[in-house]
Design a protein around this ligand. Structure first.
Ligand code: MRU
Length: 358
């Protein structure tokens, strides 16, 4: 990649900041986008829990990184305690943060890594030494995600051809990760290399991550982006405007069944009908080989108020019954391939054969 392209990719906005000098952790509050860009320091465990639950920080890889830094900053005030007490606090705080959102596996993946370090730490060491080991691992998780996103971008960019229409849902961009995103990474890399295509961003009701975040990110970078209402996607395909669909993932089962933002399944079913390639872009940290099929994935259900109100404005009867799953699970048979840091993986899927051991 040329220096110019590298420089351009560095201008993509970031979701998470860690000040290594003072061990301070900040996030871009995504609930305020695109109207305001507010960076908020995260100072304690409950604040981090709420930020993840309220989607101030969101997207599977980003909540894994936020969970890791959140755990770290929650330990600062306990650093002078005896090691056995400190280890218990690590485990309790990790468990608490992990309960903030159930579907994205990256959160438990990152927190389990840190808990394991605590559990296996030499008993002759100090709490300060354990704090440092957890700090090093949290930073490593963040840095490795930056690299992984770039690799996903390079691998997926090959699929985007001049003149393509590329449809995405929700936000699997830079703001959902530590780096340049998963589903949007191939778009950023292809665009930087001079490939001209049209991106379509589905608005993503009810929380509008597509409208508020994906459109903002892509537009800022200069990608030719058109927003559609979610209900337009099948018509867009029928009109022949979509050559490829690429979305992210919150948890991929060992057989390739994939949990992602609600609406992903309808896109995949429609893509099959119209013969359009349907890709999932995700890092291996989103692949959960211990969950054999999609039936084992817990889908987060969120409150009725997210559908009854838009930005505080009531749009439906207050007492209406609401079903509000945040995710759905797409059958592996509808997926053309997984764009990962290790390349494009195609069926038959059995990720236990290629997953990292950690
Ligand atoms: O509820 P959200 O906004 O956290 O949902 C995000 C998604 O569904 C993303 O597609 C997924 O986490 C992949 S992010 C690279």
């Amino acid at each position: 990649m040329s220096e110019d392209i590298e420089k351009k990719l560095e201008t993509i906005p970031k979701a998470i900041f860690f000040d290594e000098k003072e061990d301070r952790f900040f996030i871009l509050d995504q609930t305020k986008l695109p109207v305001e860009e507010v960076i908020e320091e995260q100072k304690d465990l409950n604040q981090v829990y709420d930020s993840i639950y309220m989607l101030k920080v969101r997207g599977a890889p980003a909540i894994g990184i936020a969970g890791a830094y959140g755990l770290l900053i929650s330990l600062k005030e306990h650093i002078d305690r005896p090691l056995d007490e400190f280890i218990k606090i690590v485990e309790q705080n990790a468990e608490y943060l992990n309960s903030s959102r159930p579907t994205a596996v990256n959160l438990s993946w990152a927190l389990n890594k840190l808990s394991k370090i605590a559990k296996n730490f030499p008993k002759s060491s100090s709490s300060k030494e354990l704090y440092k080991a957890i700090r090093d691992e949290a930073i490593a998780i963040h840095k490795s995600d930056i690299k992984t996103c770039r690799e996903i971008g390079e691998n997926g960019a090959e699929l985007i051809k001049e003149g393509f229409g590329v449809l995405t849902l929700c936000n699997a961009g830079a703001l959902a990760t530590g780096g340049i995103g998963t589903a949007l990474a191939p778009m950023y890399v292809a665009w930087s290399k001079g490939v001209r295509f049209k991106a379509y961003s589905s608005e993503t009701r009810p929380l509008l991550q597509g409208a508020r975040i994906t459109c903002w990110e892509l537009n800022k970078f200069g990608v030719d982006t058109t927003m559609i209402a979610d209900s337009v996607s099948s018509y867009l395909m029928k009109l022949g405007k979509v050559d490829m669909i690429v979305v992210g993932a919150d948890r991929v089962a060992n057989n390739g069944d994939t949990a992602n933002k609600i609406g992903t399944l309808s896109l995949a079913v429609n893509a099959k009908h119209y013969g359009i390639p349907f890709y999932i872009a995700c890092p291996y940290s989103t692949i959960d080989v211990d969950t054999k099929t999609g039936d084992g994935i817990v889908v987060e259900e969120r409150g009725a108020q997210e559908l009854i109100y838009i930005k505080g404005q009531q749009i439906a009867p207050k007492d209406i019954k609401v079903f509000n799953p945040a995710f759905d699970v797409t059958d592996n048979s509808l997926i053309s391939g997984f764009i990962t840091e290790k390349g494009i993986i195609r069926a038959p899927y059995d990720f236990s054969k290629s997953a990292k051991s950690e």
